[in-house]
Ligand binder design. Sequence first.
Ligand code: SF4
Ligand code: FE
Length: 482
Amino acid sequence: MMTGEQYIESLRNLKTEVHFMGERVANLVDHPAIRPHINAAAATYDLAFDPQHADLGSAISHLTGRRINRWTHIPQGQDDLVKKVKMLRAVGRITGTCFQRCVGMDALITLYSVTHDVDRKHGTGYHERFRRFLIETQDRDLLSGGAMTDPKGDRSKRPHEQHDPDLFVRVVERRPDGIVVRGAKMHQTGAVNSHQFIVLPGQALGPEEREYAIAFAVPADADGVIQVFGRQVNDSRKWEGTIDQGNPTYGVVGGEALVVFDNVFIPHERVFMLGETEFAGTIVERFTGYHRQNYGGCKSGNLDVLVGAAVALAEMQGTAKASHVRDKLAEMAHLVETMYSGALACSYECTKLACGTALVNLLLANTAKLNTARYYPEVTRLAQDIAGGFVATTPSERELDNPRVKAFVRKYYQTRPDVPAEDRIRLGRLIENMTGATPFIEGMHGAGSPQAQKVVVQRQIDWAERVQLASRIAGIPSAPRH
Ligand code: SF4
Ligand code: FE
């Protein structure tokens, strides 16, 4: 296993092509817009060595018997799924932001079982190939970027009906030694600080879409892989100062890139599905189940930090004892624990797949994510309510050193003699960081938009059974069909 520092150093050996603000980034690791996300990802490495959390941050590989980082582990039962959620909450509390590594983890978990299922139906050899890849990923403790979301073009059209066939990642050439792929994946969390990508189809596919039914792994710095890093609200503060960032070490939730595959060669040993269209839907269903499970873990951990900031600020500002503030804090805590409960519930209610992997309960996992999409904004609203309007109007940190006004700023932003104004400003900036547009949108659309969760909920609920329940109690002999 690598430490956080070793992980950071390992990124220096890559020649990953990333563009930001109109130019190619020469030094990814030390770039102010990217480094906070790298620091957050490094926390996933350090957790494995933290004596308080080592059991969460690491696991024993079921393939090799060796101790590995849990972000590369395939859950073997209920205990592993529960630990996955607890691990995410623990790191969410350490970083206060997204730590970038879970999409790849869920892609690994998903492909492990789906390759097994494809082989059973088609007699292919994907699973053995994938196990070799997984062992290498575990032993080298690599960070995988999971790449799912295609640009999708016109949403009313199928992949093969788009005006540009590259709007979904596809095979453009089959060679004796591998395939050539073209297309792009969007909104890729952790992409710029990944060692490799695991690319999966982003939706169910029909028989006429064989060229789109592909799963593969590729080094992040392979020829033809080009990334364009996205902007975040207030991101220029990252190269302007420290306090105004709110969370200068770990950044703002997100850190996403457009990842372009411009005719990239993938050797056969890294291809894990090629044309088996009927399994694309299975991949999406399992992957999203695992990833939606996460949101009750990482976001509850992040929001623990936000609750703490609201409490600390209320104490500084003399409002902590006000009954309406206490009520709002209790409401925040209740919503956070509701998110967490769903993540735990879908882990406890798991089932076993044919290959031995534990699968979360899909209804509960999707419900947990839907709760997160709905409650994250509500918790942030309450934090802003408690914090007060100064969060939106505080002057730049540079005024704290401006000889003409620094004394005035410190004097008028101070609430109590024992608390420096700067401490209050720091907490206000943290709340601003965690409640702004980027985390808000990420909490809604990350792991799929709320409507995608409702589709799964609709599919998973046995409506007719519920009608029967009501009809029996109401004394209606034959229930109407749903
Ligand atoms: Fe992990 Fe949460 Fe970030 Fe997704 S949003 S990568 S689950 S920390
Ligand atoms: Fe996410």
